[in-house]
Write a protein that binds this ligand. Structure first.
Ligand code: NAP
Length: 345
């Protein structure tokens, strides 16, 4: 069955109706993507199946990463999508360099590995996944520390960034970007980059709005890409603490959802897209990934609802990154430069 026939069969959305965000190169990206991190419990094959299903209902933007352990399976899905009639240039594929591959000699080979796994000639966007070169095995306990762990060292980060720039020069990657950064780290990167980051991927949802970083990113011409836009209800146990709150259980979000006749998750997605970030919700449920796409093309929130949601911020970071800490006894806040300065080593 052809691509548009499939879309009709599944009552999908015409991808031409999905809003787009402009990047500093003049290129545009779909204003919503689909996440592909199975949070250690959704199998690679299931995620790949969801990628195919999502493309069939009109998704064109997929947020991948080598550390999610499913790029090979997603590669077969992308092949099928392209064989089904979707042009490569109509897809937006992001991937990310993992923390054990920051060494200068590792960046290009690792990107080539991702390209081979995804069965692509180029990536639309390649991110440095975290600003710390601190590897930990997938699924490890939050208390585990890599004995060779290091803090953010700008000179080292820029060595990695130079290789990212090289990837653009080589035509393997169209845009490069950062993830899990802070204002003081981004200031240094923006000062020293030959090729500017096109996006910063960061946690963003109604209970964690990061207004300062969000404004900084936008003012500097980067697109904010918002991860865990629904509050990551499926995140691994190791990423949960008793203080965490859930935006989809917020009474205000529930009330707005009732008014629009949608799930609270769809309200989070609408708010994200209308605020100006690019949400990348994960889902393997066809009803949900279609609802997320639908959320950005129809029935927008009112200005009053947007204002109400702006007032719900609780500064509640869910993905704290404990495993990247470099010293015993440190608290996760050290990763996030809370006082506006890069936390010293
Ligand atoms: N750069 C980074 O460091 C970083 C960090 C974390 C995440 N990410 C990226 O961001 C993506 C999204 O974040 P996330 O996976 O943490 O969390 P999320 O997108 O906030 O939440 C995903 C969860 O929400 C459920 N869901 C999705 N749409 C729904 C809907 N319409 N109605 C009801 N439930 C819905 C999904 O369940 P079902 O599957 O049952 O629908 C899934 O359990 C990741 O997959 C990954 O690509 C990047």
């Amino acid at each position: 069955m052809g691509e548009s026939a499939l879309r009709q069969k599944f009552h999908g959305i015409n991808p031409d109706l999905v809003p787009r965000k402009s990047l500093h190169t003049g290129a545009t990206m779909p204003a919503i993507g689909m996440g592909t991190f199975g949070s250690d419990h959704v199998r690679a094959e299931q995620v790949a199946e969801a990628v195919k299903g999502a493309a069939a209902v009109g998704h064109r933007h997929f947020d991948c990463a080598s550390v999610y352990g499913n790029e090979r399976e997603i590669g077969f899905a992308l092949q099928e999508i392209i064989r089904g009639g979707v042009r490569r240039e109509d897809l937006w594929i992001t991937s990310k360099l993992w923390n054990d591959k920051h060494a200068e000699e590792d960046v290009i080979p690792q990107c080539r590995k991702t390209l081979a796994d995804l069965q692509l000639q180029y990536l639309d966007l390649y991110l440095i996944h975290w600003p710390f070169p601190n590897h930990h095995p997938p699924g490890c306990d939050v208390a585990s520390r890599n004995p060779n762990a290091k803090p953010y060292i700008h000179e080292s980060y820029m060595k990695t960034w130079r290789q990212m720039e090289e990837l653009v020069d080589m035509g393997l990657v169209r845009h490069i970007g950062t993830s899990n950064m802070t204002i003081p780290k981004l200031q240094l990167v923006l000062r020293d980059a030959r090729i500017r980051p096109a996006v910063n991927e960061m946690e963003l949802h109604p209970h964690f709005q990061q207004p300062e970083l969000f404004d900084f990113v936008q003012k500097n011409g980067l697109v904010p890409v918002g991860y865990s836009p629904i509050g990551s209800p499926g995140r691994p146990e190791r990423d949960r603490t008793p203080e965490d709150t859930s935006p989809t259980e917020d009474p205000v979000i529930i009330q707005i959802a009732k008014r629009h006749g949608v799930h609270p998750a769809a309200v989070c997605v609408k708010w994200a897209a209308q605020r100006g970030q690019v949400p990348i919700p994960f889902s393997v449920n066809p009803r949900n990934y279609l609802a997320n796409l639908r959320a950005v093309v129809e029935d927008p929130l009112t200005a009053e609802e947007m204002k109400l949601i702006a007032s719900l911020d609780r500064n509640c970071r869910l993905i704290k990154g404990q495993v990247f800490l470099w010293k015993e006894g440190q608290s996760w806040e050290a990763l996030w430069d809370m006082d506006g300065q890069i936390t010293p080593s």
